[in-house]
Design a protein around this ligand. Structure first.
Ligand code: FE2
Length: 493
């Protein structure tokens, strides 16, 4: 029986069980209804997951886990970090579940023991070297209408890859991180959160004005998190891939402490593939690529990525699709053994053009392998020399899929047409490599205490300031005529 059939049967069986148990969430009107449910990576992907949900009223925190939907195995599992805390006018519930079996399909419900959520599913990592996952970025909606439009992109992604091991969201789930916006996000995306494990990446909009939204929305492993005021950095293994998730949204996009954490983290694995997921992008032609923090990423961060043989970086923030060639030391890696940077485009409706003063100044055009942007009612794409090639089929939100099987990585990016929801393949890439070549060279504790992080803040700001003055400012002054011409012509910066 294939994975999809097993999932469908599991959900049906689990629903029957629930109905026989009593109420489900839809019938609750006394503040006990279960909302904003997520099941996220948390430590060992073969045996552990983190769950979060919300209620309006203070209720008990209960979870039921079913193995293959036929057996309630909750009593055989370990539940830790069980919380019910008031957060921004609601009650936030979190549980970490460990003791799961590898390579097993689970279904779950969460609630107070009487009122339960809809059924969610996830599958634990089976330890082989195959993995499939979906990525979206920058839904960043405020209105229900725009959340709904973005959900069509996720719907297309779920149909394209129904057996995804996880769905990664590269940040900016909402625009202003209000209760209303998070409710709207979950209204339109809950069913996709229910289909597989979620991998959240913090965006700068995910906690605007209120710190710690992100860790209260997703039950992540924060044990090694360096910067966690407005996001969380963490890492995990899935298949033969080691993933590091960065937080680029704190007081500084990347501190020396987070760079040190990343270096140790990437040197602690012998996984065949190394992938970094983050929100802000080191390489972009969008409006945010002109600021010192983006350019600093393309220097300080990429040095560490080069050093640690990171294969792919996926990011968001600038709402355009851009994939670089393989880069090493801020130049094209002629042997292909560098890092590929993918700015994943937006699943939402707010899309950024190319700032015409940026190519050749803030980013070298020879780095670009693929680019899709949208302006003047057309999708525009890169033809090898220019981004101004028009294509009306490229108007829509973007999602991407990645499949890794042993030494082969296949990546595809699609636009989902705003009007027709038809798919347009806008980019594809395959990387092959010899497996078994990475070695772990770091062992030991990679946590950073609050005191150590505080001590690091001033030197980190000084590093950024030195870069801003010594590099960014010179670049900006040198290109001022070009920038001013563009600003006067378009009234944008
Ligand atoms: Fe952003």
């Amino acid at each position: 029986m294939n994975k999809i059939c097993r999932k469908v049967i599991s959900v049906v069986l689990c629903l029957s069980l629930l109905l026989s148990m009593g109420m489900v969430s839809a019938f609750a009107t006394d503040g006990t209804a279960v909302e904003r449910v997520s099941c996220v990576v948390n430590g060992d992907t073969a045996s552990q997951r983190g769950f979060t949900w919300y209620t309006e009223a203070e209720t008990a925190t209960e979870i039921k886990i079913f193995k293959n939907a036929v057996a309630d195995v909750t009593d055989t599992l370990t539940l830790s970090n069980v919380k019910c805390e008031e957060w921004e006018g609601h009650y936030m519930h979190q549980v970490t579940v460990s003791g799961l079996e590898a390579g097993t399909l689970y279904t779950y419900v969460v609630g107070d023991g009487n009122v339960w959520s809809d059924v969610g599913t996830f599958t634990t990592d089976d330890g082989d070297d195959k993995i499939n996952f979906i990525t979206i970025a920058d839904v960043q909606a405020s209105s229900e209408e725009n959340f709904e439009k973005a959900s069509y992109v996720m719907e297309a992604a779920a149909k394209m890859m129904p057996n995804a091991d996880f769905v990664a969201n590269l940040g900016d789930y909402t625009n202003d991180s209000t209760n209303e916006e998070w409710d709207a996000y979950f209204k339109y995306f809950q069913k996709y959160n229910n289909m597989a494990t979620h991998v959240p990446v913090a965006g700068n909009h995910d906690g605007l004005g209120v710190w710690h939204w992100f860790e209260n929305m997703f039950a992540l492993d924060t044990s090694e998190s360096v910067q966690n005021l407005n996001g969380v950095n963490y890492s995990f293994d899935y298949g033969n891939v080691h993933f590091a998730v960065l937080n680029t949204n704190d007081l500084i996009a990347i501190s020396n402490a987070q760079l040190n954490w990343l270096r140790n983290d990437m040197n602690s694995t012998d996984a065949d593939w190394k992938i970094v997921l983050m929100h802000k992008s080191p390489y972009t032609l969008g409006k945010d690529g002109k600021w010192p923090d983006a350019l600093y990423l393309s220097e300080a961060l990429t040095n560490v990525l080069d050093e640690c043989n990171v294969d792919v970086v996926m990011s968001g923030h600038d709402h355009q699709y851009l994939r670089t060639k393989s880069l090493y030391d801020n130049a094209v890696a002629e042997d292909g053994n560098g890092t590929t940077y993918i700015l994943a485009g937006t699943a939402g409706t707010k899309r950024y053009e190319v700032r015409e003063f940026m190519p050749g100044t803030y980013m070298q055009t020879e780095f670009i392998d693929a680019l899709t942007i949208q302006k003047n009612g057309y999708g525009n794409y890169w033809d090898g020399e220019d981004w101004d090639q028009t294509d009306p089929e490229r108007i829509g939100g973007v999602f991407s899929t990645m499949s890794i099987d042993g030494g082969e990585l296949k990546f595809e990016a699609y636009v989902v047409n705003d009007e027709t929801q038809e798919l347009k393949l806008i980019d594809e890439m395959t990387i092959t490599k010899e497996t078994g070549e990475n070695e772990a060279t770091f062992e030991g504790d990679n946590s950073t205490s609050t005191f150590e992080y505080a001590l690091d803040v001033v030197p980190s700001f000084l590093s950024l300031a030195a870069y801003a003055i010594g590099n960014w400012l010179i670049k900006t002054v040198f290109n001022l005529p070009k920038i001013l011409y563009y600003v006067i012509k378009t009234d944008t910066f």
